[in-house]
Design a protein around this ligand. Structure first.
Ligand SMILES: Nc1ncnc2c1ncn2[C@@H]1O[C@H](COP(=O)(O)OP(=O)(O)OP(=O)(O)O)[C@@H](O)[C@H]1O
Ligand SMILES: [Mg+2]
Length: 432
């Protein structure tokens, strides 16, 4: 066994009492020197440790790794280190600061260095063990707090996003409410004149029918009397006033005016619905029946454009104003049919989500462009040609679903197609 002469008594006392583990080992990792720190934490007196292998004293030491380290120090004469982050507990010492269960073992930084003889030849390896539990405890606590902060930051970012969404929705419902009031006023103002024009137009058609019958009768009488002068005068009058054309064109004009008025009436009705003027009855309705009957009403408009696939789930009766929900179905299905360019598929999908139900109306048309997705729910927003769309269908539908405490949304993947989704509760909350 290699012997090693310790320095003078002063140095020996320092080595002995320093708050640092000092172990000197030979090339075989047999202990040559063992200070007080090692006695306290290793639980063996120097007599019990010196001369024995480190692996006998601490069977859990990483033997291969440690032997390599000691050999490296002795043959190359280099220093080597391990920190508590790489090898938290090289020696199985109890924690000096047992704050948490994680810190019940001592965290250590270790330095390996050679001890030389007078000729500069490495004789032994010294392992200096620093107790790093304090630093480790602080660092680990900082890491833990940092992780918590990261989680909190993420939650805050999500919250801000949700707030932004809520604000956008609030803005939209405020806008809807303001426009609703305006629409109610406009609908009211238009409704009266449209009412009397409509009824006058009906009377006018009757009068014109009578007048035409009168003129036709007079003409027939004149023809029958055989008075050539009278017949000629009568025909001249007919030519001057272009009676034949008037007779033919007046009913056409009247019919067109009636169609126009019908359109105005429809718009007024939409405006009234939109502004909640006509409140229907709350009832428990079968939404599948609603979808089916709505589809029947508009079948003539849909059948040439699309095949309809029904993927109905199980739905409980849903508390709603049936007429209004049907109006939403109608708007969405007509939109889907109108969006399809030549011929496509409309899928009607239903199902439940806990105590809510969903209805999806999906088409395989070109879809809704991303920049339009927010605007399509605005009243009077339309991309359809004049006379084809009023731009009220979706805004009316949106406010109806909102009144049912539900949400109407759209998704439109880049590859095309639009899916309008209604999610609403089966039962309405009790009015507060
Ligand atoms: N399924 C769909 N696919 C693509 N775009 C759609 C679809 N549904 C609605 N849109 C777009 O949203 C716009 C607004 O729809 P909305 O139903 O409110 O009005 P409209 O259909 O134009 O007129 P109308 O008042 O007659 O319903 C449409 O003009 C269209 O651009
Ligand atoms: Mg529409």
């Amino acid at each position: 066994m290699t012997s090693y002469q310790l320095p003078s008594s002063g140095l020996e006392a320092v080595l002995e009492n320093i708050n640092l583990g000092v172990v000197v080992v030979d090339a075989e990792c047999r202990v040559l020197f063992w200070n007080r720190f090692m006695v306290i934490h290793g639980g063996r007196l120097p007599d019990e440790a010196v001369g024995r292998s480190l692996f006998e004293l601490f069977p859990d030491l990483p033997e291969r790794w440690l032997r390599q380290r000691v050999r490296g120090v002795l043959t190359l004469g280099n220093l080597a280190f391990t920190t508590w982050q790489q090898r938290p507990h090289l020696f199985p010492f109890s924690g000096t600061r047992p704050i948490t269960s994680q810190l019940s073992s001592m965290y250590q930084n270790c330095t390996f260095f050679p001890l030389h003889n007078g000729q500069g030849e490495p004789l032994a390896a010294c392992i200096a063990v620093t107790d790093a539990t304090d630093t480790a405890a602080r660092q680990l606590e900082l890491e833990r707090l940092n992780a918590l902060l990261e989680v909190e930051k993420e939650q805050q970012a999500k919250l801000i996003h949700r707030l932004e969404e809520a604000q956008a929705q609030l803005l939209q419902s405020e806008k809807m409410a303001a426009i609703g009031q305006l629409a109610a006023g406009v609908a009211h103002e238009i409704n009266n004149p449209v009412g009397f024009v409509y009824s006058n137009l009906n009377s006018l058609r009757g009068y014109i029918d009578q007048l035409t019958a009168l003129v036709d009768g007079l003409q027939a009488q004149v023809q029958a009397c055989g008075n050539a002068q009278l017949i000629e005068a009568c025909e001249a009058l007919g030519r001057t006033s272009d009676y034949a054309f008037l007779r033919e064109d007046t009913p056409v004009l009247l019919a067109e005016s009636r169609d126009g008025l019908d359109r105005v009436k429809r718009i007024v009705k939409d405006l009234r619905d939109f502004s909640h003027v006509d409140n229907g009855e709350w009832q428990l309705a079968d939404l599948h029946q609603g979808l089916d009957s709505t589809l029947n009403v508009i079948w003539s408009e849909v059948k040439f454009k699309a095949k309809v696939i029904k993927q109905y789930g199980e739905l409980p009766p849903v508390q709603c104003i049936g007429a209004q929900i049907n109006q939403v179905f109608l708007n969405l299905i007509v939109n889907a049919a109108q969006a399809i360019v030549e011929h496509g598929t409309i899928t009607l999908r239903t199902g439940t989500l806990d105590d809510r139900v969903f209805v999806e109306i999906q088409d395989d048309g070109p879809g809704v462009a991303e920049d339009l997705a927010r605007r399509i729910f605005e009243p009077f927003f339309t991309t359809k040609p004049v006379g084809k769309g009023t731009g009220l269908g979706l805004s009316v539908s949106y406010s109806i679903i909102e009144r049912h405490n539900g949400v109407l949304s759209v998704s439109s993947p880049p590859e095309g197609g639009a899916c309008f989704r209604i999610v609403m509760p089966c039962r309405q909350p009790a009015p507060s």
